[in-house]
Design a protein around this ligand. Structure first.
Ligand code: FAD
Length: 664
């Protein structure tokens, strides 16, 4: 019996907790570099730190072999602009992102990514990840370079996004980490960072964790620390029964990295930014419905009578051929692609797509629902690269989508793939499975804000580096996570080589230990973690939703605080797993506070950040065109101002390349 419900059906009872539990045991691990979070970014940080000759430990919440968003696979790798076929330079690509976001993304992080993304991918290839069409399955296809056998996505002319066979990428990176000698501690719920002298804002010298199987406490002492914990899901929506089939994100993405950083005194920017939480459990299983976006980019969509929807370029001009969908049009330099951690793209860089006025055209009767993806209208190469290569390697598609549909008889050569039937506004873009209208606008997700870092990917705190996609201001997606992890690991190791020994403050450790175990000492009548998580999400939706004012934000803060001292203070955990989830709830509250406090400081509305202050309705007033780095000092908010292009101002050099040469 391998799965839960088979066990329950066969035995009619819940299993005993299978691991020995000891909440009193304290383990101490001493290392040069500690990496918190063993996703692709964390493992790359660890591998690259070890290569510098230092001792490295990874503390991972799940099991690093498959954990994190990248654990389910990947089919396209962005930003590999230095590959031999690319027509885009690092500077072009960085400016494409930076200008599209009108400066509201970390240009330093973007440049580092584009300089090193291709090199990182080549290292992945050496680990055994297939990045070329080595079996010549797509020989002659217009998205393939015959010499290198590299295959491109989205923009076949500029050739900076690569199609890769990444269903097992995480396993390969994990094996490499083991091979080079990284110590991996799985099932670790990291609860807090340790500061030198136990003082908020002091140098970071390690972290504490609870083993979610044995309940034992861990103290990690390190000279340098890298946070690589991924996003903050579950903050404004919590529906655990939906996560298995429908949600995009990983259950373990509970914003712990941001929370521990915030509590230790690290600086953040743009945490007031948010986006509609489109990829929540209220949509459809990822990639499971007919659509023409992302992995399915370029797929023809037909209506119920077989009438094909047009494709247009970013300027609204209708495209004549299928081939046109994959090349930049007049007035464009190159097409950036989507899903790279930027919420808007200038016309100059935007993808060709199905026109945004389709909802209106359906309403007027021009197209009849349901709509269908019709892969049979594509050439053989295009059809097979989408269904069979990309669907099959992309995260969460290999078994749930490709395998299931194929076994059920779906044949892309002749069958139509139905898109969801939903309120018309859901057809405004072609990523239909996200199920836009099923998710209310007050369900938000963190929108591009994160740790503020310098050109070393170091935070304001000595010894603390960030390597990640979504926790980093300027971070992106899969390739970006590998690349920033790799860079942060190198720099953390470099620092650790000459850094003083980490002398921990015993009082700080004891305080953390007491906090961590409160829930196992409670009366069994207390609330469980699910109730607490649902309450946090409700508070965030109501008081820090799309529209807010000073009053709602302050009420939100008060309610989060009350939750800490009432329901959370008396919450009960019956085993180490539940304890881990409750500790995540504490982290979610910290992230919620960080988002609300950041929102209170920005007294203006901002269109790029999708930030709407009802009490300051003027959109984008120029005097607010600045970052507001926020941190805690003696548990009070400390704020300062920073220009958007701080990364090209003193003490840094005025050009991207000069800075890269100086710091990389
Ligand atoms: C289904 C799916 C498909 C995707 N497809 C693509 C794609 O095709 N192209 C692309 O560019 N991007 C894609 N992405 C995004 C990409 O996978 C992510 O951006 C990337 O994997 C993030 O890596 P990361 O290491 O920064 O974070 P994560 O993968 O989130 O890893 C964070 C790690 O930290 C651990 N952790 C969390 N909390 C703690 C704690 N308290 N203590 C210890 N450890 C902790 C987690 O368990 C996890 O292992 C996809 C994502 C999903 C979900």
């Amino acid at each position: 019996m391998s799965i839960w419900h088979e066990y329950i059906q066969a035995t009619g009872q819940l299993p005993e907790w299978p691991y020995p539990v000891d909440y009193n045991k304290v383990n101490e691990v001493v290392t040069d570099v500690l990496v918190i979070g063993g996703g692709v970014a964390g493992l790359q940080a660890a591998i690259n730190a070890v290569k510098k000759g230092v001792k490295v430990a990874v503390a991972e919440r799940g099991h690093a072999k498959r954990s994190g968003s990248g654990g389910a696979g990947v089919d396209h790798w962005h930003g590999a602009v230095t590959n031999p076929c690319s027509k885009v330079t690092p500077e072009d690509y960085t400016l494409g992102c930076y200008d599209s976001m009108q400066g509201w993304t970390g240009g330093n992080v973007r440049y580092i990514i584009t300089k090193e993304s291709w090199d990182t991918l080549l290292e992945c290839e050496k680990m055994g990840i297939q990045i070329r069409d080595v079996r010549d399955e797509f020989k002659g296809a217009n998205f393939r370079d015959e010499k290198t056998r590299l295959m491109f996505a989205y923009d076949y002319q500029s050739k900076h996004i690569l199609r890769i066979w990444g269903y097992d990428i995480k396993v390969k990176v994990y094996e490499e980490a083991r091979r080079v000698g990284v110590d991996i501690y799985n099932r670790m719920m990291v609860t807090g960072l340790l500061n030198e002298g136990g003082k908020q804002g002091g140098r970071i010298i390690g972290a504490t964790a609870v083993d979610t199987r044995t309940g034992e406490f861990y103290v990690f002492r390190s000279k340098a620390t890298v946070i690589a914990t991924g996003g903050a899901g579950r903050l404004s929506l919590f529906a655990p029964e939906l996560t298995a089939s429908a949600a995009m994100a990983d259950m373990n993405s509970a914003g712990v990295g941001q929370a521990i950083g915030w509590n230790a005194g690290a600086e953040f920017v743009c945490m007031e930014a948010s986006e509609q939480g489109r990829l929540t459990g209220l949509g459809y299983a990822p990639y499971s419905m007919g659509n023409a976006s992302n992995t399915y980019h370029g797929t023809p969509i037909v209506d119920a009578d077989g009438k094909e929807l047009p494709w247009v370029d970013p300027f609204g001009r209708e495209l004549k051929t299928v081939e046109d969908r994959f090349i930049p049009q007049e007035g464009q330099r190159f097409q950036l692609g989507i899903g790279i951690g930027i919420s808007r793209t200038n016309q100059e860089y935007r993808l060709n797509d199905i026109p945004p006025d389709i909802p209106e055209r359906i309403r007027k009767g021009e197209f009849k629902l349901p709509l269908y993806a019709d892969l049979s209208l594509l050439s053989e190469h295009e059809r097979r690269i989408i269904f069979g290569m990309m669907v099959g390697n992309e995260g969460k598609t290999r078994i749930p989508i490709y395998d299931t549909m194929t076994k059920a008889g779906f044949d892309p050569d002749k069958d139509l793939f139905q898109t969801p039937v939903m309120p018309l506004e859901g057809y405004f873009n072609s990523c239909y499975w996200a199920g836009g209208p099923n998710t209310p606008p007050n369900v938000r997700m963190v929108g591009g804000g994160g740790f503020l870092v310098d050109w070393n990917l170091r935070t304001n705190l000595e010894g603390l580096y960030i390597g990640a996609g979504s926790t980093l201001f300027g971070g992106g997606c899969h390739g970006e996570s590998h690349t920033t992890g790799r860079y942060a690991g190198r720099h953390a190791a470099e620092y650790a080589r000459t850094a003083p020994e980490p002398l921990v403050d015993r009082q700080q450790i004891e305080a953390e230990r007491n906090r961590a175990y409160t829930a196992v000492k409670q009366d069994k009548g207390g609330n469980g973690w699910k109730e607490i998580n649902a309450a946090i999400a409700r508070i965030m939706r109501d008081y820090c939703g799309r529209h807010k004012n000073e009053m709602t934000l302050n009420l939100g803060l008060r309610l989060l605080d009350e939750l800490k001292t009432t329901e959370l203070a008396s919450a009960y955990a019956s085993n180490p797993h539940e304890l881990g989830r409750l500790l995540e709830c504490q982290a979610l509250i910290s992230v919620g506070e960080l988002a609300i406090k950041s929102s209170l400081e920005r007294k203006a509305s901002n269109s790029v950040l999708d930030f709407h202050r009802l009490d300051y309705p003027e959109m984008d007033p120029p005097e607010w065109n600045k970052l507001l780095p926020i941190r805690q000092e003696n548990n009070k908010v400390a704020i300062r101002e920073l220009p958007l292009d701080f990364h090209l101002k003193a003490p840094y050099a005025a050009s991207y390349e000069e800075n890269y040469q100086r710091y990389a």
